[in-house]
Design a protein. Structure first.
Length: 292
């Protein structure tokens, strides 16, 4: 049995990134995706190191594009947002140019709040009731029309996607649950399933904690710390076929680093004892495998 694992790290680089890289390399894990912050790359003068990570087999993605502010939403949601999507795209192009000048190849973008969350927040900022915003967000992503009063949200989203396509970029949005791919032969794709911090760690539960814990409660199992290792174990025990686990993690705190390394060690130990092959992939490698 094989578990494909795409480790992804947001918000870096930070003072903890170098140590995390050391720990990963000690475990022969090179194919990792780093969704970086433009501000942090400049602060730590990290361009050459990103290029080195890419040469090792890693991948660099775009997460934050402002040169001096953190967690700037690309859609005009709040005071900590770009005033227009067009101005966000302009900063994106500048960052893309800065990275391309150093031969760093960029294929994926992960919005600071996540694609789904940013659209929901944008709709709510436009006066949409929260319960309706979830439904309409799906319509926006699927390309369906919206009520006239919220048409600006769809127009801005369509503009962003068009610009990303022109730049050769894709949004990595994540999904709230795994879904089978048609013709996948039992291959399942699960996105954003396990933010390495479990519910007892400061960053909070991963996106699927409630979804998966409901199923586990029916089986008489209550998991108090449903993080990366627990999601891996769930995939092995419940499905028994080739699956993919995309891990949304951060390289910005000591607790993240400790939890990540601990979960990887537990996974590798369990896999070795139970004939499970762990296949670490970048987002692009997994994307190609899924779409093959």
């Amino acid at each position: 049995m094989m578990i494909n694992i795409a480790l992804t790290f947001d918000d870096g680089p930070s003072v903890y990134t170098e140590k995390l890289i050391e720990e990963l390399l000690e475990r022969s894990i090179k194919n990792v995706t780093w969704f970086v912050s433009r501000k942090q790359v400049s602060k730590f003068n990290y361009v050459d190191k990103l290029k080195a990570l890419q040469s090792l087999g890693g991948e660099i993605g775009i997460h934050e594009i402002h040169d001096s502010k953190d967690n700037m939403n690309w859609f005009p949601i709040s005071s900590n947002s770009y005033k227009t999507v067009k101005s966000a795209v302009e900063d994106l192009k500048i960052f893309l140019s800065e990275m391309s000048a150093h031969n760093i190849n960029l294929r994926f973008v992960r919005l600071p709040g996540g694609e789904y969350s940013e659209i929901i927040s944008y709709l709510i900022a436009k006066g949409c009731p929260t319960h309706q915003a979830h439904f309409l967000t799906t319509s926006v992503i699927d390309g369906n029309p919206l009520p006239m009063e919220f048409s600006q949200v769809k127009n801005d989203y369509d503009y962003l996607i068009s610009e990303l396509n022109t730049l050769g970029l894709k949004i990595w949005s994540g999904a709230p649950r795994g879904f089978p791919l048609l013709g996948g032969g039992g291959f399942f794709y699960n996105s954003w399933q396990a933010e390495c911090s479990g519910i007892n760690i400061g960053r909070g539960a991963d996106n699927l904690t409630l979804n998966q814990s409901t199923a586990r409660k029916r089986a008489g199992v209550i998991e108090q710390n449903f993080g990366m290792f627990e999601q891996y174990l769930y995939s092995v025990k419940e499905f028994g076929c080739e699956r993919s686990l995309i891990v949304l993690a951060h390289d910005t705190s000591l607790e993240d680093l400790v939890k990540i390394v601990s979960d990887i060690d537990r996974m590798q130990d369990q896999a070795g004892k139970n004939s499970v092959e762990l296949n670490f992939l970048t987002i692009s490698e997994l994307f190609k495998k899924i779409r093959a």
